[in-house]
Design a protein around this ligand. Structure first.
Ligand SMILES: [Zn+2]
Ligand SMILES: [Zn+2]
Length: 342
């Protein structure tokens, strides 16, 4: 079926100004372009970036803004150039829904750092809607049968974001890895690290997450707020993955690295990270950033997740309660990911 000429009216939960409650709106996505894919949304996870974009936390939100970039649904229409996706099939879409496909980064398979990458909720309408349109079919993923739709949503952003650093920074199965923060990202990162084969330490400010952290595969649990806790893990880790969106005692975390270890930050901390050069130079340590994966990373993440039966812990809400679910995410009270169900 080719649908290039028709307008496409969708019903979306949209914010019309910063920090406003979402309201139901009709949005015309226009005619379908040759590389585009429309997905009828069945499930959509909620990420902290959705809250940040609704609230204009970074100053570049454009309204009306339809959040939602952990999308699962059914392919409803495909453009003329689309290959390998059939109408009626189940598919997932994450934080990116297109890129230029011709720059050096796209050509080497690093579409996630393409300067023209299309963010699913950056100047583009996301998945809190009846339908979402991907700018490029190559960012729409067939989902392994073993992954239920309500679990697949959080994998598309959170899962991809915490899985990708293991690939890009060559984390080895023999490495000692710390995951900082047990939330939407961290609870998945613990599972990936454990299934990767690593010796895994969960670091949290919340002592009552201990049992769950062990359930996610952590071998050790450190309560960072306890006096001397970070001193006791000096030089302990080859890889530290920070998933929190707050400022940390960064020098303690750099000091927790073994020689040639890396601190990888995937959470958006509010203030710059001060880095003491002595630790970096003397032990060849590094501080690096991570973001959602490229196309192949996401595909590998889905296969790895299915093979190892990794699953997010979720709370589901009907799509009509998008505001309540968004607010729970804003307040950080969801354990560990909210998922809207259409
Ligand atoms: Zn996200
Ligand atoms: Zn590109």
């Amino acid at each position: 079926m080719r649908n290039e000429e028709k307008a496409m009216i969708v019903e979306a939960h949209a914010a019309t100004a910063a920090k406003q409650a979402l309201s139901l709106q009709q949005i015309d996505l226009g005619p379908l372009g040759p590389n585009e894919v429309d997905i009828r949304v069945t499930h959509c996870g909620i990420c902290h970036t959705d809250v940040g974009m609704v609230d204009n936390e970074w100053g570049f939100s454009r309204y009306p803004l339809v959040p939602g970039h952990e999308i699962v649904g059914i392919v409803a229409a495909v453009g003329a150039n689309v290959a390998g996706l059939a109408i009626g099939q189940r598919a997932g879409l994450g934080a990116l829904c297109g890129s230029c496909m011709t720059c050096e980064y796209c050509e080497r398979g690093a579409q996630h750092v393409c300067k023209d990458a299309v963010g699913t909720i950056f100047g583009h309408h996301g998945g809190f809607a009846t339908h979402v349109r991907a700018a490029d079919w190559r960012f729409v993923f067939a989902l392994p049968d073993a992954i239920p739709s309500e679990h697949a949503g959080p994998l598309m952003c959170a899962g991809s974001t915490v899985f990708t650093p293991f690939v890009h920074y060559d984390v080895r199965p023999t490495d000692r890895v710390a995951i900082v923060g047990i939330g939407g990202l961290g609870h998945l990162a613990l599972q990936y690290a454990a299934k990767w084969g690593c010796e895994v330490t969960a670091i949290s400010t919340t002592p009552d997450k201990r049992e769950e952290a062990h359930g996610f595969g952590a071998h050790h649990f450190v309560v960072s707020a306890e006096e001397g806790a970070l001193r006791r893990v000096r030089g302990a880790f080859d890889f530290v993955l920070s998933t929190v969106a707050v400022d940390l005692p960064w020098s303690d975390y750099i000091a927790a690295l073994r020689p040639q270890g890396a601190l990888c930050i995937v959470g958006t901390s509010p203030t710059p990270v001060p880095v003491g050069l002595y630790e970096l130079l003397s032990g060849e340590r590094s501080v690096v950033g991570g973001k959602t994966g490229a196309i192949d990373d996401t595909r590998q993440m889905l296969a790895f997740t299915a093979r190892h039966q990794i699953a997010p812990m979720i709370e589901t809400f009907p799509m009509a309660q998008a505001n309540a679910a968004l607010d729970r995410t804003r307040r950080g009270t969801v354990r560990y990911r909210a998922v809207l169900v259409a």
